[in-house]
Design a protein around this ligand. Structure first.
Ligand SMILES: NC(=O)c1ccc[n+]([C@@H]2O[C@H](COP(=O)([O-])OP(=O)(O)OC[C@H]3O[C@@H](n4cnc5c(N)ncnc54)[C@H](O)[C@@H]3O)[C@@H](O)[C@H]2O)c1
Length: 335
């Protein structure tokens, strides 16, 4: 008896997250086709089955094939994962949508965590608007790519409206060390991951100033979660979503990881570097910077008070030193 070949899984972006998810899926003996912007990465993945730029030290399966043709990723794929920084989603996927031909059965899974400064749309909203005929799913939660690519135990959340689609996505991801949980609150699951990037900047400030107090960090994280929840609920999310993996879980992962780009931004601010100097050093400003600007605008429109986020913005704009921010935080919240 011959079995039907299973359709390939597509990934858009073989950066750190995309390559790690591709690696995970090929371990299920599924073929993966991944679009990548950097031609050197495409060649390396296809010829040497490694991706030293984005996922160093992880041998990749020959079942992963890389391409520079983004249309190819959608041809015949049952599921396509989007793993781009949010600002590249529209320019990369716009031409695919304009060309038509994407099957309405293809499930589109967004893994980007960001808000577009121009439109105020979250990455999931942007993806959903680009693929209005397709089922769209959000993947978020504590999922540091370097960890699960190396087999570290990881639990994430898949959010979407249909249990059937969530189950189909879970089937290509779930393994001994990687598990998914389901939610129907796409907005909450997404915003947990998006908004925590703002507060990661504060954690970087404390690292840079050697503020090691566990009491202080616990107070900071508690208030951060409260602000994330307030804004999230005002934007249509459910409060309880923030108390679970995609809110608290992701915030804790960021607070414990030394690899967050947003934390690095805070660390450099605490050293007195200007935004221009930081951009020159980091190449590109991490998503948290943009998210903070957009979140403050949204909070004003929705009458939500985000004192902590305002304090962080004052440090970024040079109105407060990092030290002043810490003492004003203690005065306002902890006394
Ligand atoms: N890395 C993680 O642990 C992790 C975990 C969860 C979610 N995410 C989210 O996944 C998304 C991607 O993050 P990452 O860490 O993989 O980023 P990365 O910096 O490792 O990779 C960036 C990707 O963007 C591509 N790119 C660069 N310039 C481009 C351009 N002009 N046009 C189109 N594509 C371009 C790169 O080639 C690469 O594929 C982000 O939204 C991030 O928040 C990352």
């Amino acid at each position: 008896m011959t079995t039907e070949p299973r359709p390939p899984i597509g990934i858009v972006g073989l950066g750190n997250m995309g390559a790690a998810v591709a690696h995970l899926i090929t371990q299920h003996d599924r073929d993966v086709i991944g679009w990548e912007y950097d031609p050197a990465v495409v060649a390396e993945v296809n010829q040497r089955h490694t991706n030293e730029r984005f996922l160093p030290g992880v041998p990749l399966s020959p079942r992963l094939r890389a391409t520079r043709d983004v249309h190819e990723v959608f041809r015949g794929a049952s599921i396509v994962f989007i793993a781009l920084p949010s600002r590249f989603i529209q320019p990369t996927l716009g031409p695919v949508c304009a060309a038509g031909g994407v099957s309405p059965d293809t499930i589109v899974v967004n893994m980007a965590k960001g808000i577009d400064a121009a439109t105020g749309l979250t990455a999931f909203q942007t993806v959903s608007a680009l693929f209005p005929r397709n089922p769209c799913v959000m993947l978020s939660g504590p999922s540091i790519a370097n960890e699960f690519a190396r087999g570290e135990p990881t639990v994430v959340v898949l959010a979407g409206q249909s249990l059937t689609h969530l189950t189909q996505v879970a089937q290509v991801l779930d393994s001994r060390h990687f598990r998914t949980r389901f939610s129907h609150d796409t907005m909450g699951v997404e915003l947990g991951g998006v908004l925590k990037n703002i507060y990661a900047i504060g954690l970087g400030l404390f690292d840079g100033l050697n503020v090691g107090s566990v009491n202080f960090r616990a107070a900071y994280l508690t208030i951060a979660l409260e602000e994330m929840t307030l804004l999230g609920v005002a934007m249509g999310a459910r409060a309880e979503t923030f108390a679970y993996l995609a809110g608290l879980g992701d915030l804790l992962a960021t607070s414990m990881s030394e690899h967050s780009h947003n934390r690095r931004l805070g660390e450099l601010l605490s050293q007195g570097l200007s935004l221009e100097q930081i951009q020159a050093q980091m190449g590109v400003l991490p998503e948290g910077y943009n998210t903070l600007r957009v979140a403050l605008n949204l909070a004003e429109k929705l009458h939500v008070n985000l004192s902590l986020a305002h304090g962080l913005w004052s440090v970024i704009c040079g109105r407060y030193t990092a030290q002043q921010f810490i003492y004003s935080f203690i005065r306002n919240f902890v006394d």
